[in-house]
Write a protein that binds this ligand. Structure first.
Ligand code: TXA
Ligand code: MG
Length: 368
């Protein structure tokens, strides 16, 4: 298959919302609008298009067409019991794909949509089970990225989209990674530049009481709890790796985000971590392995790895999240075989960073 690649790069920060509210004003050029329209036609005709969102790139198909969902699973190499997120670009559309929208869903939508939050709700009959991995519930997300929104509207309003990576690889946060994984497998890739956040959306299950976070993300449990006026906890299966409990989000059970090399997290105070990682690096080098390190701006100079990457200033969670997947992919590009990462604090957005890092490491963590 020949994959067409189109570039539509908008800086969301520079677009004023008042400009957007005036319907005549478009943030897109005529050519860009034509390309997005074409992408929408591909979806309506049962094809697949990768597109940017504020979190990671999505691999889109028509959420209401069972054949499209089957194609998505095939392109990703993903097990078909792993449900897809349905992306909308108009809040009212939630009523078409769900059978019940509880008050807490309305409150969360009000506070966080459009944005990096996915809500699990009971599905309506028009959503095929091929899209929901056989479940009676559906994951719904209204992304804030303008390219995503325009594309979803052009596609008919309901775009099923997992992250646009081959199953098991880190989610793509730049078009070049989508191209690496999907070139030749799908009809079109919309290159919208680097994704703003770089980690997948927070998933909250509203079909249970109290609601539960199934995947941590930029919208934290505290932020959800503040809006809902109750304490929101994370699915225990996600926090306790060895609990043997099945996670409620089927996708969370799979090995994921993993580099090809072996990744180990080292946790402790700064001096101890640096010396322990350096000791292991020496050992690995003596054994002939190519080595890698995920450090911070403050510590990167202290390591002797073949490939050293900084996740930003210590404590800068936004930068760490933004860089995580491209760092993991760069280890593959540079053939790192033994990789060590410093650990991250668990507060705020840190819970999401550590969730992904632990999965990438197959939960190998050394606590000093
Ligand atoms: O930020 C994101 O959410 C990105 C962008 C493209 O929007 N999408 C994304 O999709 O991360 P994906 O397919 O890689 O992850 C979706 C997760 C999986 O873990 C899946 O099991 C879970 O959502 N999920 C989807 N529908 C569900 C449902 N009905 N019940 C429970 N979990 C569900
Ligand atoms: Mg994914």
């Amino acid at each position: 298959m020949n994959t067409e690649i189109v570039k539509i790069e908008i800086n969301n920060d520079k677009v004023s919302s008042s400009a957007l509210e005036e319907k005549e004003l478009s943030v897109f050029s005529k050519e860009e609008l034509a390309a997005i329209k074409q992408a929408g036609e591909i979806i309506k005709n049962g094809g697949l298009v990768a597109f940017p969102t504020e979190t990671v790139y999505g691999l889109g198909g028509d959420a209401l067409n069972p054949e499209s969902s089957k194609k998505i699973y095939a392109a990703k190499g993903r097990p078909s019991d792993n449900p897809l997120i349905v992306h909308i670009a108009d809040f009212e559309d939630i009523y078409k794909i769900t059978s019940k929208v509880p008050d807490n869903a309305k409150k969360l939508a009000n506070a966080f949509w459009p944005g990096p939050l996915t809500m699990i709700l009971p599905k309506s009959d028009i959503v095929p089970r091929e899209t929901t991995g056989g479940l009676d519930t559906v994951a719904v997300r209204f992304p804030s990225d303008f390219v995503a929104q325009e594309f979803i509207r052009a596609a008919g309003g309901f775009v099923a989209a997992p992250s646009a990576n081959i199953s098991g690889r880190p989610s793509p946060t730049e078009a070049k990674y989508v191209i690496q994984d999907m070139d030749g497998r799908i009809d079109m890739i919309i290159d919208g530049g680097e994704n703003e956040i770089g980690l997948e959306s927070t998933i909250v299950d509203l079909t249970i009481d109290p609601p539960q976070v199934l995947r941590p993300g930029f919208i934290t449990n505290e932020m959800l709890g503040d809006v809902l006026n109750e304490k929101v906890e994370t699915d225990r299966a996600i926090i306790e790796a060895d609990s043997g409990i099945a996670p409620r989000a089927p996708g969370m059970k799979y090995r994921h985000y993993a580099p090809k090399g072996i990744l180990v997290i080292v946790e402790g105070n700064r001096e101890e971590v640096v010396s322990e990682i350096n000791r292991r690096l020496e050992e690995d080098k003596a054994n002939g392995f190519r080595t890698g390190v995920i450090a911070s701006d403050e510590t990167i100079g202290e390591y002797s790895a073949d490939v050293s990457k900084s996740s930003g200033k210590a404590g800068d969670q936004f930068t760490a999240a933004h860089r995580l997947y491209s760092i993991l992919r760069s280890f593959d590009d540079e053939n790192a075989e033994r990789i060590y990462s410093e650990s991250f604090a668990l507060d705020g957005f840190g819970a999401a960073i550590m969730n992904r890092l632990l999965k990438a490491a197959g939960h190998q963590i050394i606590k000093l």
